[in-house]
Design a protein around this ligand. Structure first.
Ligand code: UDP
Length: 324
């Protein structure tokens, strides 16, 4: 197996590439480095620096490295930004992905694992959320991911591309070695912002709404360790390779954690106070997103191993302290 990893220089992608290397599986990374980091890719893994929609670059890469499968992490991921600039999201997450798919199909790639998201569900009618819950995204980020999921179903019928669409809940934590990290610029995600506030690298954390219909009034999410996500991708890929039919799976723990509970954990693990200030609700935020996680356990034989909240915060803190 040789794997093309798009977005392999990014947060989740780089953890997956590291896992492939640990398993002695060859990979090639396609990343435009708009959000990824060259130093997150191991030196012996080829990195092609181009957009996923750059057909010439994709064609050349397929010719040179002849991957047998693709794991597609590349894309834009910020809920708030997607509401303000949907054109960007449709352009990158959908149009460019479709261009790449066309090249992959021509190049004979038959297997694909894609990053999808809990945002495809919109405001859930039931929590925990099973995979067959109605998909009603309330932001362009979720809408574009859902559009790609649907395209993949059509591609499979027409061209036989088998796939796994993995709907992540909230990725968290970092490689236990501290050598890989969540590094977004600007950073918009809760855990790195809360840690940076605790260690004095930025000012108070703004809590986006404390009047939500949840236990403590703050939003509830299902945080899953990035290492557990990486493992699920590899298991999905292996299942597809063995001939498993296409699958759509939630990747979460099944347990909800509020913004306040994250702040408490950061304080516990770091031994520092997290300065907070009250903010207004963020557009496009559902109050509660928690996975029904049983299908992934069944289909992949997968169970999160490192997703206890304090463990995730400890790993995230270590990786942030390792970087000046
Ligand atoms: N959040 C917050 N303050 C911040 C960033 C995030 O209160 O500065 C909240 C956000 O409203 C959401 C949760 O933290 O309920 C997780 O947000 P994040 O952006 O990390 O991930 P998302 O759920 O949007 O994928």
């Amino acid at each position: 197996m040789r794997v093309l990893v798009t977005g392999g220089a990014g947060y989740i992608g780089s953890h997956f590439v590291r896992l492939l290397a640990d398993e002695q599986i060859e990979s090639v990374v396609l990343d435009n480095l708009s959000a990824g980091h060259r130093d997150a890719v191991p030196p012996n893994v080829p990195l092609v620096c181009a957009d996923v929609g750059d057909r010439g670059a994709v064609r050349a890469l397929l010719g040179e490295y002849q991957p047998t499968a693709v794991v597609h992490f590349a894309g834009l991921i910020q809920v708030g930004e997607s509401v303000r600039a949907p054109d960007l999201y449709y352009g990158v997450n959908l149009v460019q992905t479709l261009a790449m798919l066309e090249e992959l199909t021509r190049g004979g790639v038959q297997l694909m694992v894609m990053s999808s998201t809990a945002a495809v569900y919109g405001v859930p009618q039931t929590v925990p959320i099973p995979e067959d819950h109605p998909r009603n995204p309330i932001n362009a980020y979720g809408a574009t991911k859902l559009a790609v999921e649907r395209a993949l179903q059509d591609w499979e019928r027409a061209y036989g591309l088998r796939h796994a669409a993995l709907r992540y809940f909230n990725a968290a934590g970092a490689h236990p070695s501290g050598t890989l990290a969540e590094r977004h610029d600007p950073e918009t995600h809760l855990i790195p912002l809360a840690i940076d506030a605790a260690i004095g690298r930025r000012g108070a954390l703004t809590i986006f709404g404390e009047d939500w219909p949840t236990e403590d009034g703050t939003c509830v999410r299902d945080y899953i360790h990035v290492q557990d996500l990486a493992t699920a991708h590899l298991q999905a890929l292996r299942r597809l390779e063995q001939g498993a039919p296409s699958m759509t799976l939630n990747l979460g723990t099944g347990r909800g954690i509020s913004v306040r509970e994250i702040v408490d954990s950061v304080q516990r693990v770091s031994g520092r106070q997290v300065p907070v200030q009250q903010g207004t609700r963020r557009q496009g935020d559902p109050p509660r997103l928690v996975a029904c996680a049983s299908l992934a356990a069944e289909a992949l034989g997968w169970k999160p191993q490192r997703s206890e909240v304090d463990q995730m915060i400890e790993d995230a803190l270590r990786s942030r302290l390792a970087r000046e």
